[in-house]
Write a protein that binds this ligand. Structure first.
Ligand code: GCO
Length: 455
């Protein structure tokens, strides 16, 4: 057994997202979001469920904060539901919605748990989708207005702000394949959607700097702002040129399409060319890329697995298809591949020297409450142990990794899978909404209290 110790001040966290846990979808003035509309449309969600109640966190948030304190979390990453603040996407403010987050943030700060707040985890106000959603450039301007308002009202109490969570998922699943809200299958708008999401990020960061000008040189700014990307390490299914090309394209469409504009102020040529040949072009205006390329304070990375790609001539958009994985998988069918942590961090480091966080990592398994009342999720403990060990190796390698967040605090609404996939440290009993600590929660509490683990 070796003891792996993390640097002092390493940020141990857990993450959630508003629509996945809050419920109370039409309470206290909250407006309709694209996820409400989507889940209320029959056939969209595997088990026919919705986020109308979800984990009922909106009413049970105090209990949830107590669980976080008992776990010893140093930070809690969550998102704000835009339609709670601005029910139709634009002012006036719904003060009751703002109050909910104000109270949550205060309770976290009182317990020494750093709030890490995402402005957008996919729950666009439906009123904005009705005007074109992210395919409409105006949505980027509305987002900047919403962000500025939150910076003004809550900004100083939140040390870590995130503009977007995984613009890739919103772009491709929301507007390309339609598997996620708003459920549009319109590949022609995909690149414009990505561009408007990125533009809205840049505009929000500008608004943030206007509210919180940088301090003296050499001093870490507080509060800070960044973005969260999902990065998949890509591996070709074989060394044949067409598989290599397909894998390179998959990396371009998922990872480089976002990394390059954010950190180099340009889109990857090969990806643009690939889409242009299929008549898909982003609506870029002069000056946009400078806005997107605005300096940020940190980068958050979500990583779960890797993608092994083989060429597929029938896939008209990508020419790429994911090969079936040979190793063990999670309940999502995702290969368990711990080096995803270090490969993802290395790719990010090639683009930027800002501090990095793993803002999501975790696994779904078919957890059940045992006759003794416990949830013995040994597979999740093993998954987390191996992935956290990789995070430690990355730090040894000199990567400036500042924190690690488990996805997720408690079992919740897993998008188009509904409640059928459990990722939580805490088990949610959906009949009673009771939370039960899984073995992984007890284990993670130990990791946090020792600031490390044994492998
Ligand atoms: C995501 C989302 C989470 C998911 C998680 C598991 O990053 O995709 O942030 O909302 O629930 O990734 O699929």
């Amino acid at each position: 057994m070796t003891q792996l110790t993390f640097p002092p001040g390493f940020v141990w966290g857990a993450a959630t997202a508003a629509y996945q846990i809050e419920g109370a979808w039409n309470e206290d003035g909250r407006g309709e979001s694209i996820w409400d509309r989507f889940t209320h449309t029959p056939g969209k969600i595997a088990d026919g469920s919705t986020g109308d109640v979800a984990c009922d966190h909106y009413h049970r948030w105090q209990e949830d904060v107590e669980h976080m304190a008992a776990l010893g979390l140093k930070s809690y990453r969550f998102s704000i539901a835009w339609p709670r603040i601005l029910p139709t996407g634009a002012p006036p403010i719904n003060e009751k919605g703002l109050d909910f987050y104000r109270r949550l943030i205060a309770a976290l700060n009182e317990r020494g748990i750093i709030p890490n707040v995402t402005l957008y985890h996919w729950d666009l106000p439906q009123a904005l989708e009705d005007r074109g959603g992210w395919a409409n450039r105006d949505t980027a301007l509305r987002f900047a207005e919403y962000a500025a308002l939150l910076f003004r009202r809550l900004g100083a109490d939140v040390p870590l702000w995130v503009t977007h969570n995984e613009p890739f998922i919103q772009t491709f699943y929301g507007y390309g394949t339609g598997e996620y809200a708003p459920g549009r299958r319109d590949p022609r708008v995909m690149l414009s959607v990505a561009h408007h999401l990125l533009l809205s990020h840049g505009l929000a960061v500008q608004a943030f700097r206007a509210e919180f000008p940088s301090g003296p040189a050499g001093e870490a700014p507080c509060p800070q702002i960044g973005i969260v990307l999902i990065l998949w390490p890509h591996h070709p299914a074989s060394q044949r040129p067409w598989d290599l090309r397909a894998s390179r394209f998959a990396d371009g469409a998922t990872n480089r399409l976002f990394l390059e504009p954010l950190f180099r102020g340009r889109y990857p040529e090969d990806v643009l060319r690939h889409f242009a040949r299929r008549g898909i072009r982003p609506a870029i205006r002069p000056g946009d890329l400078q806005v997107i390329n605005v300096p940020i304070d940190f980068l958050g990375l979500n990583t779960y697995s890797r993608l092994v790609t083989r060429f597929d001539p029938l896939d008209l958009i990508g020419g790429a298809r994911q090969a079936a994985s040979s190793g063990p998988t999670t309940a999502m069918g995702w290969e368990i591949y711990p080096p995803c942590i270090i490969e993802t961090l290395r790719q990010a480091r090639a683009y930027t020297s800002v501090p990095l966080y793993i803002t999501e990592n975790g696994a779904a398994f078919d957890d059940a409450v045992a006759p003794d009342g416990g949830v013995h999720d040994d597979a999740r403990v093993a998954y987390l142990r191996e992935h956290i060990a990789m995070a430690h190796r990355a730090i040894q390698e000199g990567i400036d990794l500042r924190g690690y967040y488990v996805w997720t605090l408690l079992d919740n609404f897993e998008w188009s899978h509904g409640f059928s996939k459990r990722f939580g440290l805490l088990y949610t009993d959906y009949a009673s909404r009771r939370r039960i600590w899984k073995r992984s929660a007890h284990w993670y509490r130990e990791v946090i209290s020792r600031n490390g683990l044994e492998v």
